[in-house]
Design a protein around this ligand. Structure first.
Ligand SMILES: Nc1ncnc2c1ncn2[C@@H]1O[C@H](COP(=O)(O)OP(=O)(O)O)[C@@H](O)[C@H]1O
Ligand SMILES: [Mg+2]
Length: 979
């Protein structure tokens, strides 16, 4: 077996590091280990940051520290020193010290090696705890770990895409219960997507545990388009990761380092000061360069960086150099077995003295079961030195050896890479196709994308490619499209899937149907309405008795219809899906179809459907996906019915089950998202906001991500950060509206939120335009019609007050069509109050979302104030501000206080002049006076000789600064604060 265990952590570690670089146990000879490293120079501040993070973690608030810096700057050394310090401290205190799990990302030469770091982390856990305890800690979905270590898990059941990151994160957290855990992930610039996802998951879990993650990356290798950049930016923005940058050494430190290094060569006395100065200058504050240069102090200085990196290599004997090139061809490390395959047993024996020479010269390091370069920069430089014939021979040998051993996905991926570099197109194609087709089950999408695109390139270079890979071109296209979709590259995914559909051989209708449904899936994710037509085409291709083939297509079609509030169609198609799934004995789809049918009935107003929804849970059996879908919709239905506490409980329950079954993040996010939504409704706003902030950025682009993004924006607005909400809405508007065309929940929420934001900008045209959807029964089901009508009423009232002709009748009719819905009384009361037909008190005391009460109190106070009842107004506005504070509703709190303040009703009077004067500029003050006279923006513009646009900008600023939501309220403030 070829181990994928990566190199040991430390290149040239300090202190106890000698023990961490075990003697090459497999080797007969006496291979020297690394000599004592130079003393650590500087880095006190960086070490302090790491120590502080660990101290916090040990106290139960773990986190992620990202260590960035250029190649050779000392990231690995810093982390090694930090870890050595921890075990020294633990030793002094007579404690066990943290459990350190170490993972090293690796590059194959043309892309990240999948899972390299994760395999190391898992191997360290197994080393420390043994296999059984590790599996137990990983929880019921531990079999997902089989991808990393096939020997660890006996039966590898169907491993579901996307579960691995959760399982690993759960494992680390479970281990962190007993003692602090430090997960070190080195060189994330070579991470694959699964590894990046694990980092994100660990970051989300760490804050409540004793888990510290220390991740390093080469900042000079992470360009603007590098996917790591996005991950890091999101983590830092969500304050889930802190950054430690390792800078170049300053001139003093660099001089100290060079002097220390030269001293270890024993040549110090001969080296003149000018040469030392030259060395310091050439090293540019990069310790690794300093080490290389110091070795040759006084000799001719290298001309280029490449020469610098090859200095030690170039001074070796021919045989040692050849051996180094062999190691370089194997990759960033060359396990013993790979070397045997490349050189033969006899050849490796012959190379023994060459290997020793390279180790003594500090080019190579011997580790537990092979060799690697002292620093990756050297490996890269030596790899470039391979002669063409030699490269072909060595890479082909590696590929063959990996294929023979090939037990893990990573082995197969590495083999594909070596065939590519060996320039053997047919083998390269065959193994690339193997990677792409297995990646679908393993979820290693970034690898599949790179290798898949390469397979498409190779296709034309290979004679009779179909015969070589046993797959036709269209099938390859489809596989690559799926990989691209998983990697969230939706446009290119759709393009390739379309090509696959066009190319698919006519004599294979089942395959054609599959290609069509792949395209339908991809378009569905992109909010493209074309999905349904494709599903119909696919269904038409399948014989009616192909139940197994038809069930998932019908289910998807029913889902599309449900999401679009085509409830009757959804009920009918879900019924067909149910029949097909039953006939095929497909339990998952039976449950999902029952679930869809129930939800569609409910959306249409049939409240008895909840009973059918419950049958979908029974039908789910032990299928976790179907179970999670049940809990998602069970909680969703309660949210819509206004049963928020029950909704929260069901979503929590589902999230717990999802976690225990090892469901992937996409599934968990839906359940956690429902918990957050319940928190909004019951008034736990800071908690909800924290969840959105932590989680939404981690969700792949999809309709669900759009939905959550909109909810988050709504919450941001009502929390009081209106500017930020406006900015997000401006940036996302087009996407929101596009997804709104295919999904009711998005179109309803988006219309309401955008209209509210428009009112806050005083943009009545936009607001009126947006709310017209509330009258469209085909567009919205009763629940969403009601929430949208409530906003519509506010818009209509404002429009009326501004003297616009508005027709309220269609909105009243729409409201009357919603009486079936249990929450109707609340929304109807709000609708009436907004239009001046009902009392705000009724709204304040109604059951409903938590923000309705402060909002209603505030509106009540505002109208009492306008009517001159200052005493009662003050009471209401005070109550409003308090109720708003209680849930974190900053918008209403600020509006209520501004009104109190402006009317001189604030308790304990703040003094310092009139509120309006304090808040507004001179110009705004003038505009406000005209607003108070009842002038329109156009009239104000004329009066003040400014453009209409400028007038409207002033009005918006005034509303914002005074914290009021309408011109009328602004006028009230102006009047109650007479100048
Ligand atoms: N502050 C330092 N003082 C002394 N030597 C250092 C220092 N930082 C790094 N080195 C040495 O420089 C070399 C490169 O450092 P390394 O940590 O491997 O860099 P990176 O991981 O950033 O590529 C190592 O041999 C290391 O021991
Ligand atoms: Mg390093």
């Amino acid at each position: 077996m070829t181990s994928t265990r990566p190199a040991s952590p430390t290149d040239a570690p300090a202190g106890q590091a000698a023990a961490a670089t075990p003697r090459a146990a497999w080797h007969d000879g006496d291979v020297p280990t690394l000599s004592a490293p130079s003393p650590l120079i500087g880095r006190a501040a960086e070490l302090d940051s790491l120590r502080e993070a660990f101290t916090n973690a040990r106290a139960g608030s773990g986190g992620v520290v990202v260590v960035g810096g250029e190649a050779g700057i000392g990231k690995t050394r810093l982390v090694a020193e930090f870890l050595a310090g921890l075990s020294r401290d633990a030793g002094d205190a007579g404690e066990a010290g943290p459990l350190v799990l170490h993972g090293q990302c690796a590059d194959s030469g043309s892309g990240p090696l999948p899972y390299a770091a994760l395999t190391g982390v898992l191997a360290d856990a197994v080393d420390a705890l043994g296999p059984e305890a590790t599996l137990e800690a990983a929880g019921p979905a531990a079999d997902a770990l089989g991808v990393l270590a096939p020997g660890l898990v006996d039966v590898r059941r169907d491993v579901d895409t996307g579960r691995l990151p959760e399982v690993l994160a759960d494992l680390a957290c479970a281990l962190a219960v007993a003692r602090p855990v430090v997960v070190v992930l080195e060189d994330l610039h070579w991470s694959d997507d699964v590894t990046r996802t694990v980092v994100a998951r660990l970051a989300r879990s760490a804050p409540r545990t004793t888990l510290l993650v220390v991740a390093t990356f080469r900042s000079d290798d992470v360009g603007r388009r590098h996917p790591l950049r996005t991950t890091l930016a999101e983590l830092e923005r969500s304050r889930l990761a802190t950054r430690v940058d390792v800078p170049r050494l300053d001139a003093d430190d660099a001089t100290r380092l060079v002097a220390a290094l030269v001293a270890t060569t024993g040549r110090a006395p001969d080296v003149p000061g000018t040469v030392l100065a030259q060395l310091v200058e050439r090293a540019q504050g990069v310790p690794f360069y300093a080490e290389e240069l110091a070795e040759f102090a006084g000799d001719a200085m290298p001309d280029s960086l490449r020469d610098l990196l090859l200095l030690r290599y170039s001074s070796l004997s021919d045989a040692a150099r050849t051996f180094c090139r062999t190691v370089a061809a194997a990759g960033q490390r060359a396990p013993h077995e790979l070397l045997v395959a490349m050189l033969g047993v006899a050849g490796l024996d012959d190379a023994e003295s060459a290997a020793r020479e390279a180790v003594e010269a500090h080019v190579l390091v011997a580790d537990a079961d092979g060799y690697r370069f002292r620093h990756a920069l050297m490996q890269e430089a030596v790899d470039d030195e391979l002669l063409p014939g030699e490269a072909r021979r060595l890479h082909a040998a590696c590929a063959r050896a990996l294929e023979e051993a090939g037990r893990t996905f990573a082995d197969v991926a590495a083999a594909a890479d070596h065939w590519w570099r060996a320039r053997v197109p047919d083998r390269a194609l065959a193994s690339a196709v193997e990677v792409v087709t297995t990646a679908e089950a393993d979820g290693s999408t970034s690898t599949a994308v790179v290798v898949g695109e390469r397979a498409l390139e190779l296709w034309d270079l290979v004679p009779e490619p179909e015969r070589v890979v046993g797959l036709h071109h269209a099938a390859l296209l489809r596989h690559v499209a799926v990989a691209l979709q998983d990697a969230a590259q939706i446009d290119r995914a759709a393009g390739l899937a379309r090509e696959a559909v066009d190319e698919w051989p006519a004599d294979d209708p089942a395959g054609q149907a599959r290609a069509l449904s792949t395209l339908a899936h991809i378009l569905g994710k992109a909010g493209d309405a074309g999905s349904d037509g494709l599903l119909d085409e696919a269904l038409a291709l399948l014989p009616v008795e192909d139940h197994a083939g038809r069930a998932p297509l019908l289910r998807l079609k029913a889902r599309n219809a449900m999401m679009d509030h085509r409830d009757d169609e959804a009920v009918a198609v879900a019924g067909m899906a149910l029949d097909a799934a039953r006939a095929a004995g497909d339990a998952q789809n039976v449950s999902l179809a029952l679930n869809l049918r129930a939800m569609s009935r409910l959306n249409g107003g049939d409240l008895d459907a909840l009973a059918e929804l419950d049958t979908s849970r029974e039908a789910a059996g032990d299928d976790w996906r179907a179970q999670c879908h049940y809990y998602t919709n069970a909680s969703d239905s309660r949210l819509k019915l206004g049963r928020y506490v029950e909704a929260e409980r069901l979503a929590e329950q589902g999230a717990t089950i999802a976690r225990s079954l090892g469901a992937g993040w996409a599934t968990r996010a839906m359940l956690e998202g429902n918990v957050a939504e319940a928190w909004i409704e019951v008034g736990r706003w800071p908690d909800a906001e924290a969840w959105y902030e932590r989680s939404v950025p981690l969700i792949d682009p999809s309709d669900y991500a759009v939905y959550l993004g909109e909810r988050w924006t709504w919450l941001t607005m009502w929390r009081g950060d209106v500017d930020r909400a406006q900015a997000i809405a401006r940036a996302r508007r087009a996407t929101w509206l596009r997804f709104g065309r295919v999904e009711e929940q998005i179109r309803a929420r988006v219309a309401g939120t955008l209209a509210e934001l428009a009112l806050l900008r005083d943009d009545l045209d936009d607001a009126l335009d947006l709310i017209s959807i509330a009258t469209d029964r085909r567009a919205l089901s009763p629940f969403y019609r009601l929430t949208t009508l409530a906003v519509a009423a506010r818009v209509l009232d404002r429009a009326r007050a501004a003297g616009r002709p508005v027709d309220v009748a269609p909105y009243r009719d729409a409201l009357a069509s919603c009486t079936v819905w249990p929450t109707y009384p609340t929304w109807a009361a709000l609708f009436a109050a907004e239009l001046g037909d009902g009392s705000w008190e009724a709204v304040a005391s109604a059951d409903g979302p938590a923000h309705l009460r402060p909002y209603a109190l505030y509106r009540d106070g505002a109208s009492l104030l306008a009517a001159g009842d200052r005493a009662t107004a003050r009471e209401r506005l005070d109550a409003a501000a308090q109720a708003a504070d209680a849930i974190g509703c900053g918008l209403v709190a600020a509006q209520a206080r501004a009104l109190l303040d402006g009317a001189g009703l604030a308790r304990g009077g703040r003094g310092g002049g009139r509120a309006v004067d304090r808040a507004l500029t001179e110009r705004e003050r003038q505009v406000l006076d005209l607003v108070a006279e009842g002038l329109t923006n156009g009239q104000i513009a004329e009066r003040l000789f400014i453009s209409r646009k400028t007038a409207s900008v002033h009005v918006s600023a005034i509303l914002r600064k005074l914290g009021v939501s309408s011109r009328t309220e602004a006028a009230v403030v102006a009047r109650s604060d007479p100048s």
